[in-house]
Design a protein around this ligand. Structure first.
Ligand code: BGC
Length: 805
């Protein structure tokens, strides 16, 4: 059971933010932080509710400059529910704890069933003891429904009890301290009047500038006769239920909430839709049954197990939060993956390049979700084309931070809390986000064989991105090479060459090499299209023979900087100074935010060989050794077989893991050479959210890229899976801490591939009923496995057995 439960056995106000983020419940459409139902935003608690894709933009002043910010809106809070003995004070865990009256408090998240439970015993000032058991779900079955069931037992008293149940629309976006003096009031109040059905509450509001209508209806029922009194204020609607409790006899209050927006399909008006959904919903147990059934279907598709309980539990937690952010309920929505989930307001709910780390797990289990996320990008091709044209380029330039309309949402200044200074922010120069998108399209195609997607959307996306990068590359006659200037790589600690006024770096190796890869794959994708589609697409994009020749030329002559026998992060990196790592560690301890430390000292990370996160090393993460080797060889860069090892050894100690994505990438690439060290780094990455290793960032939202990436690491790196050319390549490398890894996968339309890796064995079985055999490649051998058959190979003896039915 431990592998399915996240639990806390106390009430710790200082840990509430973290627990709220980690106990968020959601279904892809909507998510609500695991805040206690009786609390509101007060510095300890932050009950946030977010609906996928619902952003609102407000004008703001930052450091005296006019700007505007699109926020993922904190929507009306459906949770509020509290109680009191009629003449006592409302239940408040903080006050009760301060007064020594919180007798016990346990919170438990059941990952398998998606249920958050709280068990509390509390005594009021009059000495009356009440036991509370509360269960909460956000339905994975019906994305519009959520429910809270509260059972109260008066342990040593009898008398009247009052319950307050409300919907609160007076919430603002104020969950992240450093954004707090920016405007966050995104909801305009519309309606909170009482309904003819006394059990129902309805609150309607709309977002201020994006004008999305939102309606939350709540139905509150009790297991005993009640008297109700309604109260409504602007932006708030609630009712008091008064009933009589008898000592030792439980009473149950059920609150079922329905959430709709004006963007939802198959409705006439969102308020009416919410009211009838709340009125017609079954009781808590009926909702729970359907909800757990939906989760059990999801878990069946997510089979991934290791014989290491602590690791398994966190992997389950990560899969759980991933599916709560991007479930099958997003397939009909137009949403991307917010880097911090629907779990908090960090990064304002924006979409970065993190889907690079998220899509592979989804593609091999829920290809429909992966496709929907790629469609989010395809729909924003026109915006990306406009951005490229605005910058004087051809093709599509995707924004580093994206929200509703695909415009650039990256802030232009940011605050260094250490120095109190506002600083220019050039991170929008991370053009590599476009390369990620093209890369994701191709990898999705490789893993699914979804030719229809490639023909209708994928190739166009890839070509337009390729076109932008081919245009960005400038031919340098003196070296007969193409160069890309004025960009940033993934490492955000380098945004300019020291001593230069204009921001941006020349020839970021990751960008240049991946550009070559994308140019080639874009042409491969074009070549794969049926003739008529190919002609039509070229015509539509006005893609001439000359432009294709340019693609080929850039892919043939791209410049890649090297120094000391390793790939340079960018041109001129070799001349940067070495940082006194030991000195800084000694002085500051945690130097993950080295940028802030140096800036506060009047210095800059730009001057040093010190990176926030994997940059050159990303190449070894996104490309297979043979892909990278092939690119460098064809570019004419001679290098020995030791390039990867040397480059990894060079950059690892020069990177301070200021992003959770960094240790994930490091764990992956080190796994090829040093299993034990890789496992150590993997554990760092795995436990980063559950322990809030970055000191205060997880309460503002989980790190979905690292969460999904760690799961994918077990899947693709430990099991050694790559998908190329219609063949599943296997090269398992189990860390010594694990003796067995089991995966259930989907690959190119084959449901139900069961893969088992042990230290001495690899076994693949294709469940019966598959339409055709699968082809796998293992240890230079090609094997076909027919449906219903299995194949295994003993690693110890290097023996393989023929497929056996
Ligand atoms: C990282 C980016 C990442 C973003 C959102 C930043 O700290 O440097 O690579 O995309 O967080 O997760």
């Amino acid at each position: 059971m431990e592998r399915w439960i996240l639990s806390y056995d106390d009430y710790a106000p200082e840990a509430e933010g973290l627990r709220e983020a980690l106990c968020t419940l959601g279904n892809g459409y909507v998510a609500t932080r695991g805040a206690a139902a009786e609390t509101s935003a007060d510095g300890v608690h932050y009950p946030g509710t977010y609906i996928a894709g619902c952003y609102d933009r407000l004008p703001a002043e930052m450091d005296g400059r006019h700007t505007d910010n699109a926020d993922l809106v904190n929507m009306p809070n459906w949770l509020p529910l509290t109680f009191r003995a009629a003449d006592g004070a409302w239940f408040d865990p903080d006050r009760a704890q301060r007064n020594g009256r919180l007798l016990s408090y346990r919170q438990e998240l059941d990952l398998r069933r998606g249920v958050l439970t709280r068990l509390v015993r509390v005594r009021d000032a009059q000495g009356r003891t009440t036991r509370v058991a509360q269960r909460r779900i956000v339905s994975m079955d019906d994305p519009h429904l959520a429910a809270l069931e509260t059972t109260l037992v008066a342990e040593d008293w009898s008398g009247p009890i009052q319950i307050e149940s409300a919907v609160d629309g007076r919430v603002t976006n104020s969950g992240v301290e450093r954004y707090r003096n920016l405007p966050g009031a995104h909801l305009a109040h519309e309606e909170s009047t009482p309904q003819s059905d006394p059990e129902l509450l309805l609150l309607r509001a709309s977002t201020v500038t994006s004008r999305i209508g939102v309606a939350v209806a709540a139905r509150t029922r009790a297991s005993a006769p009640v008297e109700r009194a309604h109260r409504a204020e602007e932006g708030w609607t609630g009712q008091d239920l008064t009933m009589h409790v008898r000592e030792g006899v439980p009473v149950t209050i059920e609150k079922v909430a329905a959430v709709f927006t004006s963007r939802d399909r198959a409705i006439e008006e969102h308020g009416r839709a919410a009211l009838s959904a709340a009125a017609d919903a079954g009781d808590f147990d009926a909702l729970l049954e359907r909800h757990t059934l939906a989760w059990s279907r999801l878990w069946r598709r997510c089979q991934l197990s290791v014989d290491h309980v602590d690791v398994q539990r966190v992997l389950n937690l990560h899969i759980f939060h991933l599916l709560q952010t991007v479930s099958e309920h997003i397939v009909d929505l137009d949403v991307g993956v917010p880097a911090r989930g629907l779990h908090g307001e960090a990064y304002r709910g924006h979409v970065f390049w993190d889907e690079l780390f998220i899509l592979p797990f989804l593609t091999m289990r829920f290809p429909g979700i992966a496709r929907a996320l790629l469609m989010y990008r395809w729909r924003r091709l026109p915006a990306a084309r406009r951005a490229a044209a605005g910058a004087g380029h051809r093709g599509a330039m995707y924004p580093w931070q994206s929200a509703a309309d695909g415009g650039e949402e990256t802030q232009r200044i940011h605050l260094n809390p250490r120095s109190g200074r506002w600083l220019p922010d050039h991170s929008h120069l991370q053009r590599h986000v476009g390369l990620t998108i093209a890369h994701n399209v191709w990898r999705y195609y490789e893993a699914t064989g979804d030719a229809e997607f490639l023909a209708e959307y994928g190739t166009e996306t890839m070509l337009e991105i390729a076109r932008f990068f081919a245009d960005l590359a400038v031919y340098d006659r003196s070296t007969d090479r193409y160069r890309i200037r004025g960009v940033m790589g993934p490492d955000e600690y380098h945004d300019a060459h020291p001593g230069r006024d204009e921001p941006g770096l020349d020839d970021n190796a990751y960008t240049n090499v991946l550009t070559v890869w994308v140019l080639r794959r874009a042409l491969d994708a074009l070549a794969l299209l049926p003739e008529d589609r190919r002609v039509e697409l070229r015509e539509r994009l006005a893609l001439t023979r000359e432009e294709i020749t340019r693609f080929e030329d850039v892919a043939h002559k791209m410049y890649v900087p090297f120094h000391d026998g390793v790939i340079s992060q960018f041109d001129g990196y070799a001349d940067l100074e070495e940082l006194d790592w030991a000195g800084y560690r000694e002085r500051y301890g945690d130097i993950r935010r080295l940028d802030r430390i140096l800036e506060a000292e009047g210095d800059s990370t730009n001057r040093y060989k010190a990176s926030k996160q994997a940059d050159v090393l990303m190449l070894f993460y996104v490309l297979s050794p043979s892909e990278l080797d092939d690119i460098l060889r064809r570019l004419g860069y001679g290098h020995g077989p030791g390039l990867a090892a040397k480059t990894i050894d060079y950059y690892l100690p020069r990177t301070c893991d200021g992003s959770t994505l960094s240790s994930l990438v490091h764990a992956w690439i080190v796994a090829h050479t040093d299993g034990d060290e890789a496992w150590r780094i993997f554990l760092e990455s795995l436990f980063s959210d559950i322990t809030d290793a970055q000191h205060g960032t997880t309460p503002e939202g989980v790190h979905l890229g690292a969460m999904a990436g760690t799961v994918d690491l077990v899947q693709r790196c430990h099991a050694g899976i790559t998908t190329r050319g219609g063949t599943l390549h296997l090269e398992p490398r189990l860390p010594s801490a694990i003796s067995e890894l089991r995966l259930g996968l989907r690959y190119r339309g084959h449901w139900g591939i069961d893969l088992t890796c042990r230290q001495d064995l690899v076994r693949v079985a294709l469940r019966p009923g598959a339409a055709s055999p699968i082809r796998i490649r293992y240890a230079d051998e090609d094997v076909q496995i027919p449906p219903g058959a299995s194949w295994e190979s003993s690693l110890q003896y290097g023996r393989t057995a023929p497929p056996a039915a």
